[in-house]
Design a protein around this ligand. Structure first.
Ligand SMILES: [Zn+2]
Ligand SMILES: [Zn+2]
Length: 373
């Protein structure tokens, strides 16, 4: 389980190919032209995005790409601190990066390692992963819904008083083979649910492939929409799954009164440059991130609940330490608002408007809180 293995990807592909092979041919003759176009497109998209999410580089950090990854985000002095190293890769950890124990490498803006794509979801492929979720959600719900309607129409052809909606199905007046006119002429009575199920199972039995695949699609789609919603929530709040877990840890320490913050001094840039130079990256003076904001506070955990001494040289920031009781009182540097967060995910190396100002002078962006855990 600790190595990359394509088992789940193969399983996912078999499920996809098998379901489409079983359901599409039997539903095809009953589909309208428009439905056929939609079905063909929706069937193809998950393969395209699965391929792109699986085979594109999620953002592997190497000596060669380290400088690039350092230029993407600033350190927030809460979850990510300058100078932190990955002891496995023996390399500096750029902000928002994390070592993946399964891929055995550090990944830029790592969200999580996903077994469905046998790859990490990171800065390089998050957009493909998101589109894979979206296209799969659309396929399962549209496919399930359309399949069930095709099946329902076949049942109604045979038993006209039936309906796919149980509360709109009527009891046939005399026999099941009654035609629509005679059924409606008699005073219609609501069909009991067990009768409704019996007619449905007649359809299932006669269109067993279409029926089972449609049911599967309808059952799976809430799960896929749920995953997509969770992903959207993370984009909305400007955090990765990894960062969300880290913030949860901070919250527990805040509840225990162990967390303090103080203002960042604006002369912190030399500290970052020194740490980066120490890690062997040259040309650090030209290093500047494209992010339109920098950390305003530094966050520390105290061992005993007492604030660190105000004159401690090894800790960044200036002034008095202030105890932080809740996530409401800290800022998420990586949240620029939903639209900008989306741009950051979907447009590689999106250049935010930094007005040509040095990071410390960039002001005016809305301050975002860390979402409550
Ligand atoms: Zn690493
Ligand atoms: Zn991984």
């Amino acid at each position: 389980m600790n190595d990359k293995h394509p088992t789940i990807v193969i399983f996912f592909l078999i499920l996809l190919v098998g379901s489409e092979y079983m359901a599409v041919p039997s539903a095809w003759p009953f589909l309208t032209g428009m439905q056929r176009v939609i079905v063909v497109i929706l069937c193809m998209l998950p393969y395209v995005f699965l391929y792109l999410a699986t085979y594109s580089d999620p953002g592997t950090i190497s000596m060669g790409s380290l400088k690039y990854h350092l230029s993407l985000y600033p350190y927030d002095y809460a979850l990510f601190h300058p100078g932190a190293q990955c002891y496995t890769c023996r390399m500096l950890k750029p902000p928002r990066s994390k070592h993946c124990p399964i891929c055995k490498r550090c990944i830029g803006r790592l969200d999580h390692h996903c077994i469905f794509i046998n790859n990490c979801v990171g800065v390089g492929n998050h957009h493909w992963f998101f589109l894979l979720l979206l296209s799969t959600a659309l396929l399962t719900s549209y496919g399930g819904w359309t399949g069930l309607h095709v099946l329902g129409d076949r049942v109604i052809e045979r038993f006209p008083s039936w309906s796919l909606l149980p509360w709109r199905a009527y009891k046939a007046a005399d026999s099941d083979s009654a035609v629509a006119g005679t059924v409606l002429a008699a005073a219609p009575r609501k069909m009991k649910f067990d009768m409704w199920l019996m007619y449905l199972s007649w359809g299932m039995k006669n269109f067993v492939h279409l029926g089972s695949v449609s049911l599967l699609g309808i059952l799976i789609s809430p799960l896929v929409w749920g995953l997509l919603a969770y992903n959207l929530w993370n984009i909305w709040t400007g955090q990765t799954t990894n960062e969300s877990l880290k913030w949860s840890d901070w919250k527990y320490d805040m509840d225990d009164g162990l967390v303090y913050k103080r203002r960042m001094s604006h002369e912190r840039r030399p500290a970052v440059v020194a740490a980066i130079a120490e890690a062997g990256v040259t040309d650090t003076l030209s290093l500047s991130t494209r992010w339109p904001a920098e950390a305003e506070h530094v966050l520390v955990r105290s061992e005993d609940g007492n604030p660190p001494a105000p004159n401690r040289e090894d800790l960044p920031g200036v002034g008095e330490w202030e105890r932080v009781w809740t996530l409401r009182n800290v800022e998420n540097l990586y949240d620029l608002g939903f639209l900008n967060n989306l741009k950051d995910i979907f447009i590689p190396n999106y250049q935010f408007n930094t007005n040509g100002l040095p990071p410390a002078e960039r002001r005016g962006r809305p301050r975002r809180r860390v979402p409550m855990k």
